[in-house]
Design a binder for this molecule. Structure first.
Ligand code: NAI
Length: 276
C-alpha cells in the first residue's frame, strides 16, 4: 500500500550496502512514497556492495563518503545540494562498525584505537554529518533526521561489546543536536532502536542467531524486520510526526518493556528437562 507520504520530499540516505541493509529498505520505501533520494556509502562499501543496483531501481545518484572524514562529508553535502538544486527534507544515518567486534576482541581486553574507531564511525559521524548540514543550511525547516540504534544503549547484552557505548553516545547526540536544530529550524532528530536483524553489521555480533531467537520469544509482537523498520522511518520523515523530536523510539515488538514471556519460560523449562 502506498500513501504518498513523502511526495515532493528529498532525502539523503547513508548505509545501504546490500538488500539486507535496513537503509536499503528505507530507500526503497521512501522512493515508493514519492521521495527523491541520494544514496551515500563509504568507498569500500561502494566497491564491494550492491548500492549501484539499488540506485538504478530508485533512480538515485550515489555520492561516496567515508563518514569519519570531514572533507568527505563536506563534499557530500555540497554535491547533494547541487544535485537536488537546493535543500533537502530528511536524512537517515544507518551506519555502524566496530573493529573490536569484527576481530573478536572482548570488551574487557579492548584495543583502544579500535574503540575510538567504533565511536567515530558509529556515533561521532552522526554529529559530524549534522554539524556539516547545519553549516551549509542544507536541510529545510521542519525536516527530519533519523539514526538507527539498539537497546544495548540502555541494557547490557552479552557480546555487544563497544557498540553499546557507541549507541549510548549516538542517542545522546540525537538529544543534544535535536535541541539546537529544533529551536533554530524546527528540524527534528530521533533514533529508532530496532530489533536484532540479519544484516552484514548484525552478523558481526557473535551469537546473533541466539539473540534473534531470544528476542523473538520475548517480544509479544515478535522481532521487527528491516522492512517494518523502513515503514516506521517513513512515518518519521513524513509531516505526520512533526512534533516528535529528541526521542529514542523502540521498534522491537515490545521487547524493551518485557521481563519474561511465556515462550521464554517454556524454552527455559525445556532446557531443565533436557538436563535432568
Ligand atoms: P549494514 O551492514 O547493512 O549497514 C551498515 C552500513 O554502515 C554499511 O552500509 C556500511 O558500509 C556503513 N559504514 C561502515 N563504515 C562506514 C564509514 N566509515 N563511512 C560510511 N559508511 C560506513 O547493517 P545494518 O544492520 O543495516 O546497520 C544499519 C544500522 O542499524 C547500524 O547503525 C546498526 O548498528 C543499526 N542496527 C542494526 C541492528 C541489527 O541487528 N542489524 C539492530 C539495531 C540497530
Amino acid at each position: 500500500m502506498v500513501y504518498n507520504l513523502l511526495k515532493g520530499k528529498k532525502g539523503l540516505i547513508f548505509g545501504a550496502l546490500n538488500k539486507q541493509s535496513i537503509a536499503w529498505q528505507v530507500a526503497l520505501k521512501s522512493y515508493e512514497e514519492g521521495a527523491e533520494i541520494i544514496l551515500t556509502n563509504a568507498p569500500f562499501a561502494l566497491r564491494l556492495g550492491d548500492t549501484k543496483i539499488l540506485a538504478e531501481k530508485i533512480n538515485a545518484e550515489i555520492i561516496s563518503c567515508d563518514v569519519t572524514n570531514l572533507d568527505d562529508i563536506e563534499n557530500l553535502i555540497k554535491k547533494t545540494l547541487e544535485i537536488f538544486g537546493g535543500k533537502f527534507d530528511f536524512l537517515l544515518h544507518s551506519i555502524g562498525m566496530s573493529p573490536n567486534v569484527r576481530k573478536g576482541i572482548p570488551y574487557d581486553h579492548t584495543n583502544y584505537s579500535n574503540f575510538l574507531k567504533t565511536l567515530d564511525v558509529s556515533a561521532l559521524s552522526f554529529h559530524k554529518i549534522m554539524q556539516t548540514c547545519r553549516n551549509y543550511d542544507a536541510i529545510n525547516n521542519w525536516g527530519s533526521i533519523v539514526a538507527l540504534s539498539y537497546i544495548a544503549a540502555q541494557r547490557t547484552l552479552d557480546r555487544y561489546n563497544d557498540m553499546a557505548d557507541a549507541k549510548a553516545i549516538l542517542e545522546s547526540i540525537a538529544r543534544s543536536f535535536g535541541y539546537i536544530y529544533g529551536k533554530e529550524k524546527n528540524i527534528r532528530i530521533n533514533t529508532i532502536s530496532q530489533s536484532p536483524t540479519r544484516t552484514k553489521a548484525g552478523s558481526g555480533v557473535d551469537g546473533l542467531e541466539s539473540l534473534i531467537d531470544f528476542t523473538e520469544k520475548m517480544s509479544p509482537l515478535g522481532n521487527a524486520t528491516a522492512e517494518e523498520c523502513a515503514n516506521y522511518c517513513i512515518t518519521l520523515f513524513s509531516d505526520l510526526t512533526k512534533k516528535v523530536t529528541m526521542q529514542n523510539l523502540f521498534h522491537d515488538g515490545g521487547f524493551s518493556s518485557m521481563g519474561m514471556s511465556e515462550k521464554a519460560i517454556r524454552q527455559y523449562e525445556k532446557s531443565f528437562e533436557e538436563n535432568s
